[in-house]
Design a protein around this ligand. Sequence first.
Ligand SMILES: [Zn+2]
Length: 111
Amino acid sequence: MTDPRDLDGVRATLQAEAIRLRAELGEPIEGPGQMTYGSQAAAATHVFEQQRDLALRDRERAQLRQVEEALERLATGTFGTCRSCGQPIAEERLAAIPWAATCIECARAAR
Ligand SMILES: [Zn+2]
């Protein structure tokens, strides 16, 4: 848990998260060229794993963007303010998700 009032702590958490995500995104996904088809089943499993990795990577890329935007908001002094309605984001929400860009009401409305 991060204390959202401790901005240095928040910054450290966000930076660590950005480094972790960049490292994971930097790892290559095994492409079709390196595949050895032992059987149809093995091939299907491999394709499935590749799809799963790509889906995971999409999520990580989206999260990295959110983390980077949160670091920008920290730098510009707008951290903790909802991007949609301009109201403060609840501390419990920021403690759980320091890179949250919107308050819980706007996050629900966007879904
Ligand atoms: Zn809002």
